[in-house]
Design a protein around this ligand. Structure first.
Ligand code: HEM
Length: 128
């Protein structure tokens, strides 16, 4: 069989888009995240759909429109602390529950996101 299977074809575009929309609805309500995100997350979600499509082995939609992802560099304008990375991942974990992602697919996808989120951290926590 010549058909290419990738994590992107496994989840499918419709479910990936649903996951991302639900993820940003959680982000918009999270006290650690809402302050650093724009009020209107439409454009953020659109770019994240493009990025995650290529991250999961689908067509390079993000690069076609925005150039090299350079995700860590693009996050430098924002203070990404360990607390915020954990919050980001908890919103994603919740969204994965909401859309019913399960099994090894979910575990592999989530583990990759943990590594990527850790890589985005650019700010030490302030002592309380
Ligand atoms: C953009 C926060 C992790 C992918 C952004 C923006 C913020 C942010 C504030 C700007 C939103 C806007 O102005 O539209 C965070 C925080 C993270 C995190 C706190 C915690 C670690 C991640 C991870 C990924 C990711 C793990 C990918 C797997 C993106 C993408 C954009 C973005 C694709 C849009 C970039 C663009 O403007 O072209 N993020 N992010 N982020 N983030 Fe994150």
């Amino acid at each position: 069989n010549e058909k290419m299977t990738t994590p992107f074809t496994e989840i499918g575009e419709e479910k990936l888009h649903r996951l991302i929309d639900i993820f940003y609805s959680h982000v918009s309500k999270h006290p650690d995240l809402a302050p650093i995100f724009p009020d209107d997350l439409t454009e953020t979600a659109r770019k994240q759909k493009q990025f995650m499509t290529q991250y999961l082995g689908g067509p390079p939609l993000y690069t076609s429109e925005h150039g090299h992802p350079m995700m860590r560099a693009r996050h430098m304008p924002f203070e990404i602390t360990e607390t915020r990375a954990k919050a980001w991942l908890s919103c994603m974990n919740q969204a994965m529950d909401d859309v019913g992602l399960e099994g090894p697919f979910r575990q592999d996808f989530f583990s990759r996101l943990v590594l990527t989120a850790q890589h985005m951290i650019n700010t030490e926590e302030m002592a309380k």
